[in-house]
Design a protein around this ligand. Structure first.
Ligand SMILES: NC(=O)c1ccc[n+]([C@@H]2O[C@H](COP(=O)([O-])OP(=O)(O)OC[C@H]3O[C@@H](n4cnc5c(N)ncnc54)[C@H](O)[C@@H]3O)[C@@H](O)[C@H]2O)c1
Length: 369
């Protein structure tokens, strides 16, 4: 198999997961690492045997690299993705696509001008858990979807992330940081949204870091740490979402989809795995649904969206974790905050084609039938 060389920009916390992904999918060849902090790029390259550790400029000028994987913090996503596109590369970015809608549009337009592909995390909907849910819904196992709920309940990241301040700045917070997992899952399962409403607030304005090495430092919260939203899907379903960094405990599910014939319990969308459960109309017992698809190893396949983009380039087909859906998700997240700030419903202008489902019975290394 011919490999596709990737260059990572941003060699912080999540970069190891992408480098493990490149070791898992044979089509990917991790070729270069770059970071504003050269020591981080060097350390990751050494750890994973990546041939080059270099500056961002050198990485972008390297003709070997086809896909730039943008693993910088959200505030740098647009700048780095635009630079990669300008350098003639395809780009796959960590979420969110950008902080502002204007920057999101700029990325999609620049890519269209250059004939470059834009991909964006999360790719978790390519995992066996969410692909099984997709198959069940598409086959009518729950009847007509009428509603869905999604809950991301947490107390934030200052207890484990080594440098958590960015999570409390605009472009992050619970909605922009974790919302993409939930909204990408929901829109993959149910399609695009036409209107949203939201309510939000900064509920715990000062955080104390309890992870190392910044233990004891304070973070002033600059963006809502509790965001709730309602959504009208184009297919008629009505959705409810809560994302929060302001709660300690909860017993709410991750995602449920309610249909005329059954309720589907969807696994954690921040994972590739199951379990998937269904409870049929008129029954009381939940049944475990055996997964119909593989690719459940979240640790070693986290960057599965990049692997799918590489296969898509090789097969000249659309890639699945695409820019149009990522922009739609970005518009939803802004929509919740706009609605809250303006006290009115927010129309959603963008739309997208649902990514093609994965075929069943694929070998773990493959993403095409
Ligand atoms: N940490 C996680 O568990 C996790 C999980 C899923 C997704 N993500 C996403 O991945 C992205 C990165 O998160 P992280 O936790 O790895 O952050 P991090 O702070 O650990 O690492 C980010 C790295 O990007 C570098 N960087 C920032 N701006 C840059 C620029 N302009 N050019 C080159 N390098 C630059 C920084 O020096 C740093 O090394 C974020 O978008 C985050 O939402 C993180």
């Amino acid at each position: 198999m011919d490999t596709i060389k990737i260059g990572l920009i941003g060699c912080g916390n999540i970069s190891a997961a992408y480098l493990r992904t490149a070791q898992t999918f044979r089509i990917l060849e991790a070729w270069a690492c770059a970071d504003l902090d050269p020591a981080r790029a060097k350390a990751r390259a050494e750890e994973f045997g990546v041939p080059r550790a270099c500056s961002v400029e050198e990485l972008l000028a390297d003709p070997e690299i086809q896909i730039v994987v943008n693993l910088t913090t959200p505030q740098a996503h647009a700048e780095v993705s635009l630079a990669a596109i300008a350098a003639g590369k395809h780009v796959y970015s960590e979420k969110p696509l950008a902080v502002t809608l204007a920057d999101g549009r700029r990325i999609l337009e620049a890519a269209a001008d250059k004939g470059a592909r834009v991909g964006c995390a999360p790719g978790t909907f390519l995992g066996g858990g969410l692909q099984t849910c997709r198959k069940l819904i598409d086959e009518g196992a729950i009847g007509r979807p009428v509603a869905c709920t999604a809950f991301m309940m947490s107390h934030g990241h200052e207890g484990w992330h080594p440098d958590p301040a960015y999570y409390y700045r605009p472009g992050a917070g619970p909605m922009f940081d974790m919302g993409p997992y939930y909204l990408t899952a929901l829109t993959t399962l149910l399609g695009p949204v036409t209107q949203v409403a939201g309510m939000a607030g900064i509920q715990i304005p000062e955080r104390t870091i309890t992870s190392q090495p910044k233990y004891g430092q304070k973070i002033l919260v600059e963006t809502p740490d509790h965001v709730t939203g309602t959504m009208a899907f184009a297919n008629g379903a009505i959705g409810t979402i809560i994302t929060t960094f302001a709660t300690w405990h909860s017993q709410l599910p991750f995602i449920e989809i309610y249909g005329t014939e059954a309720t589907l319990s969807v696994p954690n969308p921040n994972s590739l795995a199951g379990p998937v459960r269904i409870c049929l109309a008129g029954e009381r017992e939940w049944r475990d649904v055996p997964l119909t698809h593989g690719h459940t190893d979240s640790r070693n396949m986290w960057g599965i969206g990049v692997a799918d983009m590489a296969h898509a380039i090789a097969a000249d087909r659309p890639h699945r974790a695409g820019g149009a859906q990522a922009y739609h998700v970005l518009e939803l997240m802004h929509g919740f905050l706009e609605s809250w700030q303006r006290g009115c419903y927010q129309r959603i202008e963008s739309t997208f084609e649902r990514p093609a489902p994965l075929p069943m019975h694929l070998p773990e290394d493959a993403l095409d039938g």
